[in-house]
Design a protein around this ligand. Structure first.
Ligand code: ASP
Ligand code: MG
Length: 401
């Protein structure tokens, strides 16, 4: 098999931990596999480098930041290769450029455009383990670029896709993906399988095992991911295309997003085109609108409510101001929280939404907004009831069993 393994910051967060990773990598190789390893910087290192730059400038040049930040991953890659060589195992470290990773020029948030696998293939054919510095590539001008925070996951998935690897194992300090955040519900269970789509919903809603862009790419390239811990031998969670077995499970997980705010517009003129104008202007201002609710109109006006990320509320306010003549009154509320029930099983089962509403009603939690998709039911509740809602729903779908 050809296996890509990615080790996150905590997994390589000290010399003893790099030694532990070297042992695990060597073991995988001795089993007869070809192994490509992608590493993060040691935990805290990227933030430390950012701090250094901020000592000199409030707004350091992004091109220079990329040279600086890419160095963290190079430290780990080279140390891991040295550790393996010392064990008598053939290993070679590569920067993003040496691994053939070509990106666009958007410094500190670059996109991978292509990967030339020639150099990696040559080393694999020699029997070497390849250790690649994650989170980085090179643009057409030859400048180093980085892929955005958490970007080593993206490097690993892209490399696995380009090499047509059998699996991409993502190692961190958690055992895998859980039915919900174990800090909120200690009875949360680790999932054996989850589909890309469910993972995207759960991670955008707070389950931070994998960087979101990497899951999108894995889905696009059909790269099978296994998320597991580098500190034990537990099985982990497989993230792949959905299959029948997954559909038998009604609900896979419950996610919570506290980072939402609600905009309520009252007495909006009820003429064709108002909604179009408001939401076009919001989109132009890069505001990501999520849930939208419009009431039936009375007396020629209607009420319109929607949610936006808290960080985009300022921009939303600016846009809404321009519609003064069309809107009676406006209200902004940051004390809300979005709780979502996620599962591909919903595609083929009914009653999932009503079970959620019933469970929250029983706990006297008022639902303020609702939206559904094929695999998700999301509800907005008062922020102070968010964690209770998660526990109530976790219990209602018997996720602890
Ligand atoms: N070191 C980078 C970060 O902290 C990339 C990564 O760890 O994936 O964001
Ligand atoms: Mg990470």
């Amino acid at each position: 098999m050809l296996i890509v393994q990615k080790y996150g910051g905590t997994s390589v967060g000290g010399l003893d931990r790099i030694e532990n990773v070297a042992n695990r990598v060597a073991k995988t190789k001795f089993k007869g596999n070809d192994v490509v390893v992608v590493v993060s910087a040691m935990s805290g290192e990227t933030n430390k480098l950012i701090g250094y730059a901020e000592h000199f400038s409030k707004d350091p040049s992004k091109r220079e930041m990329d040279i600086l930040l890419s160095s963290g991953e190079r430290v780990t890659a080279s140390l891991l290769a040295i550790a393996l060589q010392e064990m008598g195992v053939g290993a070679i470290a590569m920067t993003g450029r040496q691994a053939g990773i070509q990106t666009d020029s958007k410094h500190t948030y670059a996109r991978i455009e292509s990967i030339n696998t020639d150099a990696m293939r040559t080393e694999l054919n020699k029997g070497n383990i390849i250790i690649i510095a994650g989170f980085q590539g090179i643009n057409k001008e030859g400048s180093v670029t980085t892929l955005g925070r958490g970007g080593s996951d993206l490097s690993a998935v892209a490399i696995a896709g380009a090499l047509d690897a059998d699996v991409c194992e993502i190692y961190s300090d958690v055992d895998g993906v859980y039915t919900t955040d174990p800090r909120i519900e200690p009875r949360a269970k680790k999932l054996d399988f989850i589909s890309y789509e469910e993972m995207l919903e759960l991670s955008s809603l707070g389950a931070k095992v994998l960087q979101n862009r990497s899951v999108e790419l894995a889905k696009k390239m059909a790269v099978k991911i296994i998320a597991k811990s580098s500190f034990n031998e537990n099985e982990g969670t497989t993230i792949s295309e959905e299959h029948e077995e997954m559909e038998e499970v009604l609900v896979s997980g419950i996610a919570m997003d506290k980072n939402q705010a609600r905009v309520s517009l009252r007495e909006v003129s009820d003429r064709p085109g108002v909604a179009a104008e408001i939401f076009t202007k919001l989109a132009d201002a890069q505001v990501n609108v999520d849930m939208i609710i419009q009431n039936a109109s009375t007396d020629g006006t209607t009420n319109l409510g929607f949610t936006v990320p808290q960080s985009e509320l300022g921009s939303a306010k600016g846009v809404i101001k321009a519609f003064d003549h069309d809107i009676g009154s406006v209200d902004f509320d940051e004390n809300i929280c979005k709780v979502s029930v996620v599962g591909v099983g919903m595609k083929s089962h009914s009653g999932v939404a009503s079970a959620a509403f019933t469970a929250l009603a029983k706990a006297s939690i008022n639902i303020e907004m609702i939206s559904t998709s094929e695999i998700k039911v999301s509800m907005v509740v008062d922020e102070k009831f968010g964690e209770l809602a998660v526990r109530v729903l976790h219990e209602a779908y018997q996720l602890d069993e």
